[in-house]
Ligand binder design. Structure first.
Ligand code: CA
Length: 216
């Protein structure tokens, strides 16, 4: 899953992005509204975390422009617990909001919920045959045995599971799993896929020649 964090408080931005990367998310950051809007237009993010008070262009304005183009889930960060702010955000097409200061734990839970919701997945647990993917705990079990996956491997499994039955192209996987600073070597994805197959089972991920990968 690839996220965009638009936040001009650099300490906060760093703490948030570091913590999200540790969870296996690919994270791009923007320091002002113009940069945020540019990146939001350039990539299909899974969630955008958008501060309201930003230099150059406000979070409201970024939200309005993004909403003209795409349905990307947007979580607004508001500085005040003002009712007007919340109403304005939700009316403007924001999917959720958090009032600063917030707990990282809560931000992560809300991001997970937005990702699930946009995939049409109500439950945090996805079951595929004897494989269970717990998107809240970020764990995968097969026959109730926990499988030891790296954060990146887990992200690939989760992305495919949230698109169950659909063929996901390699370029989509690259776009959603690697951020702008990642060195996306073309063979890296194959290495991750083969590690996942070795750990979960050879038949878990189907390769569609020339199209991509699929979980059925
Ligand atoms: Ca700000």
């Amino acid at each position: 899953m690839r996220l965009l964090v638009v936040e001009d408080e650099l300490d906060l931005s760093r703490i948030v992005s570091t913590s999200l990367r540790e969870e296996g998310y690919a994270v791009d950051v923007a320091e002002d509204g113009e940069e945020g809007l540019y990146k939001a237009k350039s990539w299909d993010y899974d969630v955008i975390v958008l501060d309201v008070m930003l230099p150059k262009r406000s979070g409201w304005s970024v939200l309005a422009e993004v909403r003209k183009l795409k349905p990307t889930p947007v979580l607004m960060l508001t500085a005040r617990d003002a009712v007007e702010d919340r109403v304005k955000g939700l009316d403007g097409g924001a999917d959720d909001y958090l009032v600063k200061p917030f707990e990282l734990k809560e931000l992560k839970a809300r991001i997970r919920a937005l990702i699930r919701r946009s995939a049409g997945q109500a439950s945090s647990v996805i079951e595929i045959g004897d494989v269970t993917i717990d998107t809240a705990g970020k764990t995968v079990t097969r026959d109730e045995v926990t499988i030891d996956l790296t954060a990146r491997e887990y992200s690939i499994v989760e992305f495919l599971a949230l698109h169950l039955g659909k063929v996901v192209s390699r370029s989509t996987l690259y776009d959603h799993l690697f951020d702008e600073d990642d060195d996306s070597l073309s063979n890296l994805l194959d290495v991750h896929i083969s590690n996942i197959r070795r750990k979960i089972g050879k038949d878990f991920i189907t390769t569609r020649r020339g199209q991509g990968y699929q979980l059925e």
